[in-house]
Design a protein around this ligand. Sequence first.
Ligand SMILES: *Cc1c(COP(=O)(O)O)cnc(C)c1O
Length: 404
Amino acid sequence: MTLDQARALDATDPLAAYRDKFALPEGVIYLDGNSLGALPRATPAALADVATRQWGDRLIRSWNEGWIEAPQRIGAKIAPLIGAAADEVIIGDTTSTHLFKALVAALRSNPQRHTVLSEAGNFPTDLHIAEGAVACVPGARLKVVARADLAAALDEDTAVLLLTHVHYKTSDRFDMAAWTARAHAAGALMLWDLSHSVGAVPIDLGGADADLAVGCTYKYLNGGPGAPAFLYVAKRWQDALASPLSGWMGHAAPFAFEDAYRPAPGMKRWLAGTPAMLSTAALETALDLWVDLDQHAVATKSAALFDILAAAGDALGLDCVSPRDPAQRGSHISFRHPQAHAITQALIARGVIGDFRDPDILRLGLTPLYLSHVDVWRAGEILRETLETQAWQNPQFAQRLAVT
Ligand SMILES: *Cc1c(COP(=O)(O)O)cnc(C)c1O
């Protein structure tokens, strides 16, 4: 790929206009939108409005002026991005918390089965939360096996199969329909973590007949640091499953102030406490960018951006651990290198912000909304220069920060 070829791709890019909807700093090529999405230009004004007008001026009246329905309203905006119906998604809490609720509910719904099955090397919180969830349900246990052994490990004791759709390190993507069908054939529920795939690849939970799903909104959806996460519960399960976090916001009548808990019908029962309206407002603004977006255009551009960095990596002899087939991956590319940490730091010092995943992964996120082909081409050039000059050898790049 040459600079001219990258320019030609930009000239015909149907998503080119989206770049201007984000406020990115000068001199930065941001390849970490899979960890913290960029700031939409509209978000600061929306945050100012929720703080000064909705909170400062309208005060508590705002709960009746759009706040109280926000979890369902915003869930409905996420629904088309994941192949769900508007009333199958709610936002709030964190992905970790939703995972806990979904796992405990799934285990309790079928006491004849006891096992949560998941993949070794899954995102840490998924395994940690599963460990905590099984500890809350008598007889339940967590079984964690290598990807190659998952199919054989699904058995008559599996209550729920918990998989992350796109792997946070390698970018490997599970075939959602095939794995959901396998879980169902074994009599288990299927719970997907979409944190690394929502906004990155087309998702069809309904078409796959998935039961449960969770996901982050601060990655490809650009909802802001720690933005509320989403939970999907297929309609057929909504009144059969019960949230173990039976808080008043999930009560059928929170302002009846009853002593006994009565779950609300539908998705509302998955709310626990009061929604965080400041971060909710930022998320809603970010989601408005997706309204007219063609998911397939996003996927096509993601594949083109990947090819640019894959070619740069090949020319440098780098070990690319991400699948070459776009249908089998998400929207990031990872290289394995013994000096991955120092290389990541040296790239950041040169304005190319990616991240490092222990022990040896350089991970570069490809966000089609705000990266041009030329940006990614330049990142490849800076990677080449960093490796050829061994700039990463500078001792300053050896220091590990708390967040890598
Ligand atoms: C980022 C990510 C999370 C994060 O969960 P939080 O509760 O928001 O910290 C969970 N699962 C996966 C697969 C992720 O990629």
